[in-house]
Each structure stands twice: as structure tokens, then as C-alpha cells.
Design a protein around this ligand. Sequence first.
Ligand code: S3P
Length: 170
Amino acid sequence: MKLNKNLVLIGMMGSGKSSIGKILSKKLEFEFIDTDSKIEEIEKKTISEIFKKNGEKYFRNIEEVISLKSLKLNNKVIALGGGGYINPTIRKYTLKKCISVWLDWKNETLISRVKNSNKRPLAMKMDNLELQTLIIKRSTMYNLSDYKINCDKLNKKQIVEKIINLYENS
Ligand code: S3P
């Protein structure tokens, strides 16, 4: 089988990495890996439960192990957790071996999507200003990815088409 580079989706919580990733994986006929789902499967707990019972540091350690293991494969579409790409080891590996795409949205769009989501323990503790500060801080890291898509004016189909185009021509 031809070995193709992984296509890695990065971006904030609520940027659509999982839903876009699933569509991409069908189109490219690649397996889809959502690192958060893998962590939940292995730990037999939800992300919220892991944060609550074991703390963020514990979560970040597993996130690094699972993300690196996934990134080392080929022919996968991978959705990293919103904080995954902030980890320098994960980021370096992604940049070296994979094609990465940042799903970028206006701050207000992201904030309205993640606020009050009990699936997102990190966002739950933050007010709008704190979330905005986090988005701005992380954007400098996300901006290091191979490609950036401004998603606000696009529908899902257009986002997917753009990504496939970028991937196939890279
Ligand atoms: C996090 C994002 C979440 C999940 C965890 C921490 C973050 O993933 O990994 O709650 O630090 O941004 P999604 O981006 O898939 O929501």
C-alpha cells in the first residue's frame, strides 16, 4: 500500500476537528483518529472525569503519549485535542512528518461554541475574557501549522474541499 502522510487537524476546542475529520477520512479512505476519543477509550473515563479525578497534568501526559503514537502511523486523519499542538514534542513531530491544517474561526464563534460545554473541562472554568486570551495565545502556535483555513464564511463541504485540495497538492 502506498504510504501517505497523515493529515492532522489542529485548532481550538469547538473548531470542528472531529466532525470535519470524519468526513475527510471517508473521502480520503483513511482511518480517523480522534486523540481525545482514544484517551477516553484507554482510560475508560470521559475527558471531564480524567481532569476531575486525575488532574490536567495527568491528562497532558497521556495526551502526549497517544498523540505521538498516532502521529507515527501513516494514512490517517488525526484530530488533535485543542491543547495537543501546544506541546512542543507533539508540534515538532507533526511538522516533521505530517500535513497539518489549522481550522481557524473568529474568537466569538469559538467562545459561543465552547461556553457551558460540560465536555470541555478547561473552558468550563473560564469566562469570555480568559477564553479570548487563551485563543490569542494559542493562535501563535497554531499559526506554525502548514496551512490555515479561515472557516467563518465557509460551509462544511467547502472546508473539506479546501483541505483535500491542500493535502493532495502538498
Ligand atoms: C483541550 C481540548 C479538548 C480536550 C481537553 C483539553 C484544550 O479537545 O483535549 O478538554 O486544552 O484545548 P477538543 O479540542 O477536541 O475539544
